[in-house]
Design a protein around this ligand. Structure first.
Ligand code: AHR
Length: 664
């Protein structure tokens, strides 16, 4: 009995080893990818991989917009929010210092407030702005400061500006002499001798008396393209590096507003910056776990700047407009059908603003802003994430009006916030019935969902509407959970899913991850593609996935199969293939979601490729790994040269782009 037992143990150990070995053999036996390069399945739309921009997480004010002073015009609900007067007491005459009070004036319609500073003792009075979670200042860089002042009595002779580091030490300073009289713009420059991520701007005065101040603004000189009123260079560079096919703006739910009054109205965001009326940001108090009461929209980046950004980074502009329904997750407030005209007119006027000749009223506004050439708008979105009959009813009105005047403009509609269920099915059915051209789908789902849905579009009607996968991101915990992370499992799963988007490029013509950006201290929603603090920024692993696909988009879709089937998770592998005519390359994307290495063979049918190829690999053995400000390239792509005539290795948990040169 004892002997039997020990034989049994030996046998099972051996079986285990053999099983394990045969498992390894199975894992190691190569998967052959049959790539039919003899014909193009479809052209890949130049818009295939793009960017979704929304002012959420301090993405605009405090982020992309390079303005460093928060509440520069004293227009927040609390007009002195963001400003400190450490030596002033509201309940005293402040004889040893002074005090600023907001003044509301009515003669201007958009810039309602200024401050009146009463300086009693210039040695004691200070006004300090703390920026957006501090002011990011780089050593030896030039900062351009400007302000408006009216110095009626002329008793204040100078204003002094100091940049203070976190410890309150002066790291740069400048003074401006004032003249007496009515409102006037003053300018100066500051240079700091030390870098500080959380500096502040201290303002003091020479003289005693009152002075009125407004629009106190400070920008780095070194903005993207050195533009005044410019954008943060590092952030735009990250966007440009993605080679985006389109730029969708301005969101997102921000388009809709919590109420109709708080919707995004593009006309209020163009023209002189000082005249753009501030609006609360809808993400200000959206999440009780991430309250951001100091979040407003200055519209320093408005529609002109978005169009210009799109042009700068070679992306097709894709503006989305309110369809007359406020965010249905909030009030869902509706414009009555007989009052929809101004909303529709906004859409028509926007097309004129973007494309109209300089002789048209809105084309002239664009021209006066410095861009007489058209912005070549081709797409316009009606509604963001709307659902139900109210949306369809309103969408039809927009559709008819736009098509009547601008038949070539392609209209993007939306199927609501979920990729399945009643809202989705109703929206898809109704929009298909009325011949919608492109439907925007959104999915914030688990990483497993992304891996399991790589075949989502395989069954879509090839003659139906085209698809814009307009907002998607794998959620490591739950939708919009503050615990979500941009970890490697999420990025890897998105990559697996994206091979499915690409394989269906005849139907799916635009895709974008969402949201795009987040300030490390001021975010409301996570995960996000790009994170930044006041000085630095980094791309997440998800960013690198997007970049690998977008910079290797290809011009023509090729059919790829293994054992005669699409590769959508068998053996934990996913694949898509394209040809890039301009560089004579076959480009194959293969995602290995397994914890073990895999071997693949290429069988290219219909043309000859060289034996050497470039393999771009994004990998980590830790599914929980993330990038960070301190370790921005923890997970980042690497390029190697490989020989493709025999088995090619795929690392465990890896996203791979193979670039095979076509030989004549
Ligand atoms: O991307 C964040 C939000 O998610 C968008 O504003 C909205 O469209 C979606 O619900």
């Amino acid at each position: 009995m004892k002997k039997f037992k020990s034989n049994l143990i030996k046998t099972s150990v051996l079986c285990g080893i053999l099983l394990c070995f045969s498992g390894q053999l199975r894992a190691q036996s190569p998967t052959t990818l049959d790539i039919d390069a003899s014909k193009s399945v479809a052209e890949i739309a130049p818009t295939m991989y793009g960017i979704f921009f929304e002012d959420i997480n301090f993405a605009a004010d405090g982020g992309l917009y390079a303005e460093l002073i928060k509440n520069r015009s004293f227009e927040f609900d609390n007009p002195l929010m963001g400003w400190e007067q450490p030596n002033s007491d509201r309940h005293s005459y402040n004889k040893a210092s002074g005090i600023a009070v907001p003044v509301k004036y009515s003669q201007q319609q958009t810039n309602h407030n200024f401050i009146r500073v009463e300086v009693n003792d210039p040695k004691g009075y200070k006004l300090i702005n703390n920026g957006f979670r501090g002011i990011g200042i780089n050593k030896n860089e030039n900062y351009k400061l400007s302000f408006l002042a009216t110095n009626g009595s002329g008793s204040i002779t100078q204003i002094h500006f100091k940049l203070l580091d976190e410890a309150g030490k002066t790291i740069g300073s400048s003074s401006v002499s004032l003249s007496a009289g009515d409102w006037k713009k003053y300018q100066t420059e500051l240079v700091a001798h030390t870098t500080s991520e959380k500096a502040s701007l201290e303002i003091t005065f020479s003289g005693q008396g009152d002075i009125d101040l407004d629009l106190i603004s400070m920008f780095p000189e070194n903005t993207w393209k050195n533009r005044e009123n410019g954008m943060r260079k590092d952030l735009v560079q990250l966007l440009a590096d993605m080679n985006p096919g389109f730029l969708r703006f301005p969101g997102g739910c921000i388009v809709e507003g919590r109420t109709l009054a708080e919707r995004y109205q593009w006309k209020k965001t163009v023209g002189p910056v000082a005249d753009r009326e501030l609006l609360i940001n809808r993400w200000n108090t959206e999440f009780s776990h991430r309250l951001t009461p100091d979040y407003f929209q200055s519209f320093g980046i408005g529609f002109f700047e978005y169009f210009q950004l799109a042009e700068d980074i070679g992306a097709t502009p894709l503006p989305i407009l309110s369809c007359g329904i406020a965010c249905q997750f909030n009030t869902g407030e509706l414009v009555p059908m007989d009052q929809l005209d101004p909303y529709v007119q906004d859409a028509l006027d926007l097309i004129e603003f973007a494309n109209g000749s300089v002789d048209t009223p809105w084309g002239k506004v664009r021209s006066d802003m410095g861009h007489p050439e058209p912005f070549h708008l081709k797409y316009i979105g009606v509604g963001n994430e709307q659902w139900g009959p109210d949306y369809i009813e309103r969408y039809k009105v927009f559709n008819d009006a736009i098509k009547e005047q601008y038949p070539d403009i392609i209209i993007v509609s939306g199927s609501g916030p979920f990729p399945e269920g009643d809202y989705f099915e109703y929206g898809m059915e109704e929009l298909t019935k009325i011949g919608a051209e492109i439907i925007d789908e959104h999915y914030y789902k688990s990483p497993e969902w992304f891996r399991e849905n790589a075949d989502r579009y395989d069954s879509y009607d090839r003659n139906g509407p085209k698809i814009f996968a307009g907002e998607y991101a794998a959620q490591s915990v739950a939708i919009a959970s503050p615990q979500n992370e941009n970890n490697w499992e999420c990025a890897l799963s998105e990559a697996a899913f994206m091979t499915g988007l690409e394989r269906n490029a005849d139907v799916v013509q635009l895709t974008s991850y969402a949201p795009l950006m987040a300030h490390t201290e001021a975010w409301q929603w996570t995960p996000d593609l790009i994170w930044f603090d006041n000085l630095s920024s980094y791309g997440t692993p998800n960013y690198y996935v997007q970049k690998m696909f977008a910079t290797n988009r290809g011009s023509d879709l090729l059919k790829v199969s293994a054992d005669g089937k699409k590769l959508i998770g068998q053996n934990e592998l996913y694949a898509s293939a394209v040809k890039e005519v301009s560089t004579s390359e076959v480009i194959v994307k293969v995602v290995n979601t397994a914890s073990s290495a895999k071997t693949i063979d290429f069988n290219i049918i219909g043309l000859k490729v060289g034996k050497k190829a470039e393999q771009i690999v994004l990998t980590s053995d830790d599914l929980g790994a993330v990038n960070s400000i301190d370790n921005p390239k923890n997970i980042a792509p690497e390029s190697i040269q490989v020989t493709v005539h025999k088995g090619v290795q795929l690392a465990p948990y890896s996203v791979n782009v193979f670039k095979l040169k076509i030989e004549k």
